[in-house]
Design a protein. Structure first.
Length: 144
């Protein structure tokens, strides 16, 4: 079906799950107050981390394709705490010597290229805020 395949193993009635991919393995679990052993992130935390990471990588990929220099990207993601996820907020802070409008123009490409974001159903409101932090232009001396 796909070139991306994972398996998992859980023993007994525990929530601790070992997830295995082609070359990596990791543990997902629930916190102690939810009956888990807190040996790894909860599945929702892992999903949110995957979403934020995918969008960041896609932003970086778009910048490379368009030859826009990026010095640093920091991200933040949060989801509501109701029975189901209904809303996700993401913030990316980008440091670049490129003009702000050039950096902002990368966001639509990054959102379209993020496979994790594209797998989210349309009923879930995902907002992405981009903050661009100017840095010294390439070849220009940094302000001191």
């Amino acid at each position: 079906m796909s070139n991306r395949e994972l398996t998992n193993v859980v023993e007994g009635n525990a929530y601790r799950i070992l997830v295995r991919g082609k070359e990596h393995s990791w543990v997902l679990d629930e916190p102690l107050d939810k009956g888990g052993t807190n040996e790894g992130p909860a599945p929702v935390e892992s999903f949110l981390g995957a979403l934020l990471s995918c969008l960041t990588i896609s932003f970086q990929f778009s910048a490379r394709r368009k030859n826009v220099p990026i010095e640093r990207i920091e991200g933040w993601v949060a989801a509501n705490e109701t029975k189901y996820i209904e809303q996700i907020a993401i913030e990316l802070q980008v440091w670049s010597p490129a003009p702000e409008e050039t950096v902002r123009a990368l966001l639509p490409f990054a959102e379209r290229g993020c496979f994790v974001k594209n797998a989210i159903k349309a009923e879930i409101d995902v907002s992405v805020e981009l903050i661009v932090n100017a840095t010294a232009a390439a070849g220009a001396p940094a302000a001191g």
